[in-house]
Design a protein around this ligand. Sequence first.
Ligand SMILES: C[S@@+](CC[C@H](N)C(=O)[O-])C[C@H]1O[C@@H](n2cnc3c(N)ncnc32)[C@H](O)[C@@H]1O
Length: 429
Amino acid sequence: MKINTRLVAARTLVRVLENGQSLTTALEHTLASVENPQDKAFVQAVCFGVCRYYHRLQFMLIQLLDKPMKDSEIYALALVGLYQLAFMRVKEHAAVSETVFATHKKSWAKSLINAILRRYLREKDAIELSINDNFVALHSHPKWLISRIEADWGQDVAAQIFHANNEAPPMMLRVNNLKNTREDYLAQLAALDIEAQAVDAHPCAIHLLKPIGVGALPHFAQGAVSVQDTAAQFAAGLLSIEAGHRVLDLCAAPAGKTAHILESQPDVQCVAVDIDALRMLRVETNLARLNLSATLIVGDATEPKTWWDGRLFDRILVDAPCSAIGVIRRHPDIKLLRRETDLSALPALQYAILNAAWSMLEKGGLLVYATCSILKAENEHQIARFLSENADAKEIPFHLDDNLAKHGWQILTGTQNCDGFYYARLRKL
Ligand SMILES: C[S@@+](CC[C@H](N)C(=O)[O-])C[C@H]1O[C@@H](n2cnc3c(N)ncnc32)[C@H](O)[C@@H]1O
């Protein structure tokens, strides 16, 4: 039976909008019934696109409706239809007729979807103009998030961040230097006609010009490379790890940074801790693919006494749980799922983890605090407070471009094509 991809997309979006599922989890469920790779790619493109432009599409839809819609599947289908017409290179008549057809057994909705989409095509210019007067629709972000980002960075920089958040993210690789050099791997990609470039900002990073499945990457299964944004690749280097060091990776799952630490210096004793046992399983799989090993502990970083043997560490990475506002371009469903209230407890948790980590650091040791957030409350404000409360902590500045923070290094989303990220480096005196 032919799969109706618009219906699959609408049902995926209902899982996100109604049930609060992440888009990744929702797609795992709904794509299980889709076999054709092109159909899968279409559903994914539509779902990511609708999440990216949800706030704009919602604003457009309100103008096209006489009264609010009650059926969540048909509501999602209307968004799917509008997204195709406003953003995709799908022929208009195909987008309308296929979306109408996707109303499936709900025959009452055929005329409604048809009317909405045809009215959009007739009134497109006026609707597009009206978007400019509504900043939620224009930036396609929730109002509270616009306010938070503008409060931290000012309107002009914030507008650049919103724009970067709405771009499709680049596919970046991290070359495993234990297996091959970046030049070797670029040559292997070129031999397969996979277009790629070395990234200036980091010696391990490669930009794949067209995203592809990891199965098509040479020697991926043997651990030649991993998929990781350039911004995340700075963590291992900032730790300045030397042979023989005891390294603690606190909040480690799924081990993107643990793996990079071990690839850059295999002669270390590395302990990786995470509170989430399920995510810890992914650590095992990821390290096994790369043929790396670490001591894995499922534990709460704020309660070291429940799992720590008391031996101090020379290096500690705190990759703190955060709002993930810096990776919205990779996870646009964050804009739909995250509430402002979700953010209120995070700084306290991050600070508690930082304090606990500090108690496990050797004198003279280095701690790197990282988040994939661009909010000051999770980043430089935390470090400013920590420095003011801990006389034995000294910030070790590092010279990198575009440093916008008073403490640490804030990478804003899109800068050098990176995800939004924050790093600070502290030495224990
Ligand atoms: C940003 S992610 C870590 C990403 C990881 N470092 C990497 O590079 O692949 C944050 C992690 O913190 C973990 N976490 C949250 N609260 C924690 C706690 N109290 N103790 C330990 N881990 C925690 C989450 O389970 C999540 O895996």
